[in-house]
Design a protein around this ligand. Structure first.
Ligand SMILES: Cc1cc2nc3c(=O)[nH]c(=O)nc-3n(C[C@H](O)[C@H](O)[C@H](O)COP(=O)(O)O)c2cc1C
Length: 153
């Protein structure tokens, strides 16, 4: 009998171990996004990756097995450390659209990081999954509306 794999979601944060030099860091970030996006397209994973003030924060969704495999690679990656999972659960439906979209201050998203106090909640070490998920979904709406796409909920 075929086993039906369920849909899951992961939200984690970590400390960036990318280069301190801004130019080198941008280069590394571009490379990371390029490979990750390609992998996610192949595995039908959707995600948003936030990078700010030395923190990475990512929400990923997809089929449970693909997500397990992807997260095993991510958590062993030396380009970040102190990976902490905030939420890992089954979810009824996909909420994110892009395979991987990077949000950062450099990309003009500073206001939203500040509005959600991302640096503070991560530093304190006790962010709630609901807060981070709302941040991600708001960031997605902003990203898409900038491209002229309206998200219907
Ligand atoms: C912060 C961060 C986020 C990442 N996000 C993803 C991702 O969404 N999907 C993915 O396949 N790899 C992601 N990676 C990269 C993986 O760790 C890994 O380098 C990549 O999948 C290539 O793996 P491979 O060289 O074993 O094929 C991420 C890495 C870091 C540091």
């Amino acid at each position: 009998m075929l086993s039906r794999s369920s849909h899951s979601r992961i939200i984690y944060f970590s400390r960036s171990a990318l280069d301190k030099d801004p130019d080198a860091r941008l280069e590394q970030e571009t490379q990371l996004v390029r490979t990750s996006r390609r992998q996610n397209e192949f595995a039908l994973i959707t995600s948003i990756l936030a990078h700010d003030k030395g923190w990475f924060l990512q929400m990923l969704e997809g089929d449970r097995d693909s997500l397990n495999q992807t997260f095993a690679r991510i958590s062993g990656d030396s380009r970040h450390k102190d990976v902490r999972i905030v939420e890992w659960r089954e979810s009824p439906r996909r909420e994110l659209l892009p395979s991987l979209e990077l949000i950062s201050r450099e990309a003009g998203m500073g206001d939203i990081f500040d509005k959600y106090g991302v640096e503070e909640v991560l530093q304190r070490g006790t962010p709630t999954a609901a807060h981070l998920r709302e941040f991600m979904l708001t960031a997605q709406t902003l990203l898409l509306s900038r491209r002229g796409i309206e998200v219907l909920t």
